[in-house]
Design a protein around this ligand. Structure first.
Ligand code: SF4
Length: 278
């Protein structure tokens, strides 16, 4: 699908304003010119960052990479020795094994060099789409769109996508965002999500891209903001029943049914035990 799926959305203006707000320099400059990053450390740092605060990831990564700066060293490490080095991140014993396994695979299959294609990255253990895209963008300067919770939330608020999950958001963004904007999109939206466009209570009146944002425009004109696509409903939930027209699904004929009334169900198991003892 072509990028015409976001007609009228001025990416240049939005990225310019976010870059100006967050002192992010010129987003048109090739990313690696100013931000040369080590692909191995981007990969391992992104695995460590899952469900963890950035500050904790930074502390753990610095300590880990001081001892194990490359895949060969990490592949030979004992996870029990790694765990204390990364103790600030959530699930650190599990992540210690994960990063050792990932490094071992890089050594065994790629000679110790982190691969530079999405397919090869996704073939590594514990590497999902967001991690693979982070390596491509921040490690190799290859256009990709890492979608974390900030990018997912803001893309929906802007009206660029209407999706339920970060994975769906990535697929849709690749269709609607011209490729020349892919690399700056993640760093700028993540900064925006940490500052103004926060998960709860976005500060729309202070936002420099409110005129380009479906949510900002709706709030200004007193309309309800667009909602992300409805989440899948759990079976048996009130929402699922409403979607079926408000009817409770009846059980197959002959199925014994439990009454809602305790008295109609007879004495409880505890009461029966007590009466046997009497
Ligand atoms: S206008 Fe509000 S919802 Fe839209 S990007 Fe700005 S802070 Fe986020």
């Amino acid at each position: 699908m072509s990028a015409a799926a976001a007609p009228g959305f001025d990416f240049e203006r939005v990225l310019d304003r976010l870059a100006e707000l967050y002192h992010a320099g010129d987003w048109r400059v090739p990313y690696l010119r100013d931000h040369a990053e080590n692909p191995f450390q981007v990969l391992i740092g992104t695995i460590l960052s899952q469900r963890t605060r950035d500050e904790a990831t930074d502390v753990a990564s610095a300590r880990l990479f001081a001892r194990y700066p490359d895949a060969r060293g990490l592949a030979a490490a004992d996870p029990r020795a790694l765990a204390p080095l990364i103790r600030e991140v959530n699930f650190y014993p599990t992540k210690a094994r994960a990063i050792r396994d990932c490094a071992a695979e890089i050594v065994a299959r790629f000679g110790g060099e982190v691969p530079r294609t999405s397919e090869e990255l996704l073939s590594l253990p514990h590497v999902g789409p967001k991690t693979a895209n982070c390596v491509l963008v921040f490690g190799y300067g290859v256009p990709a769109i890492p979608v974390d919770t900030h990018v997912h939330r803001i893309a929906n608020r802007l009206g660029l996508v209407r999706t339920r999950t970060p994975e769906e958001t990535e697929v849709r963004l690749r269709a609607v965002v011209p490729e020349r904007y892919w690399i700056p999109l993640n760093p700028l939206l993540v900064q925006h999500g940490q500052n103004l466009c926060r998960p709860l209570g976005p500060r729309c009146p202070d936002c420099p891209i409110a005129e380009d944002c479906a949510t900002g425009r709706a709030l200004r004109s007193g309309r309800a903001p667009p909602r992300p696509q409805d989440r899948p409903r759990r079976r048996g939930s009130a929402g699922a029943r409403r979607a079926r027209g408000g009817r409770r699904r009846s059980p197959p004929r002959g199925t014994p049914t439990r009454s809602r009334s305790p008295s109609a169900r007879g004495p409880s198991r505890t009461a029966r035990r007590r009466s046997r003892r009497r």
